[in-house]
Design a protein around this ligand. Structure first.
Ligand code: GDP
Ligand code: ZN
Length: 290
């Protein structure tokens, strides 16, 4: 039977198949091939005990994508949450966007807690990212505002939900969870079991072919193996202005006659995006020194 790994705890994998969740061990041939099952993997299982919902994973089906951070398979897109109040952590958000762009995963930015700020503030935030290549949404999980749009972008896809802690990720998971008000039953009981262990990624089936993947909240993001000169390639909004740079290979930091810097001064590129870019560039240059 075909299913999807929705959670992994201490050698057990929880596989969602035909509306039930099976507790499985990895027994298949792939164990010798050094392939470790990931949350998000589509797998072939053998049911050992239908009543107890126990099974074995026989095979991992081919992955169409694999994220290293967080370690999950078959993600179609990520949705990163940022709290509109207190001020969003733009530095962290920009780092996240670079990390996703490097892994070639498209990202939706969702500013949550819009009930705490004026509409104008939300518009300002949206303006900062308007040319970043990301789709931008706003929501209030409190007032259940913006949920239609969120459901629309999630439909039919597997989405990894990300963001620092405290931005409302659990709240949105609860709102979208069809079983949220169900605290008994085989599925939730099995899932509850690992509650107090380290947090892992976990998938929630929220509709037909639609999965939401909860990933551990992060408070910092480091860049690995990234050359400072490569950084600019992850800023979509720079592309249009790069032909106006005087020097080929311009990094848009200290160079004279830089089209990107000019665009920042003209208000075409958001200052906060550019300032963070310069910070990251220096950080990567410093790292190279050692
Ligand atoms: P997580 O750490 O990202 O999973 O965030 P939670 O969902 O646990 O929310 C963190 C805190 O923010 C909780 O106290 C929530 O009640 C609150 N919160 C979540 N969404 C909203 C919202 O839309 N508006 C407001 N005002 N508070 C919210
Ligand atoms: Zn330049």
């Amino acid at each position: 039977m075909k299913g999807k790994i929705i959670k992994g705890i201490a050698g057990f994998y929880y596989v969602y198949a035909k509306g039930s969740t099976y507790e499985c061990k990895a027994k298949g041939k792939f164990r010798n091939q050094k392939v470790k099952p990931l949350v998000g993997d589509d797998v072939e299982i053998t049911v050992l005990d239908e009543k107890e919902c126990l099974g074995n994973i026989d095979q991992i089906l081919p992955r169409h994508s694999e994220l290293i951070r967080p370690a999950v398979a078959n993600v179609d897109q990520t949705m990163v949450f940022a709290a509109a109040s207190p001020d969003p952590n733009f530095n962290l958000l920009d780092r996240f966007l670079i990390m996703m762009a490097r892994q070639k995963v498209s990202t939706i930015i969702c500013f949550n807690k819009m009930d705490l700020v004026d509409e104008a503030v939300i518009e300002e935030y949206k303006g900062i990212y308007k040319d970043s290549g990301c789709r931008i949404l706003s929501a209030s999980t409190y007032e259940e505002h913006g949920m239609d749009k969120i459901r629309e972008v999630l439909a039919g896809k597997t989405t990894a939900l990300a963001g620092p802690s405290g931005v409302g990720k659990s709240s949105i998971m609860n709102l979208l969870n069809p079983d949220a008000n169900m605290d008994t039953g085989a599925i939730s009981q099995k899932i509850q079991r690992g509650r107090h262990t380290t947090r892992h990624s976990e998938i929630l089936p929220i509709g037909e072919n639609t999965y939401l993947m909860d990933t551990p909240g992060f408070s910092s993001i480091y860049f690995y193996d990234l050359e400072p000169e490569e950084l600019k390639t992850y800023y979509k909004e720079f592309t249009e202005y790069e032909p106006y740079c005087r020097f080929g290979g311009c990094n848009h930091v200290g160079e004279r006659e830089c089209g990107v810097k000019q665009a920042v001064n003209d208000g075409e590129i958001a200052r906060s995006r550019y300032d963070n870019y310069c910070l990251f560039f220096e950080e990567l240059k410093d790292k190279r020194k050692y």
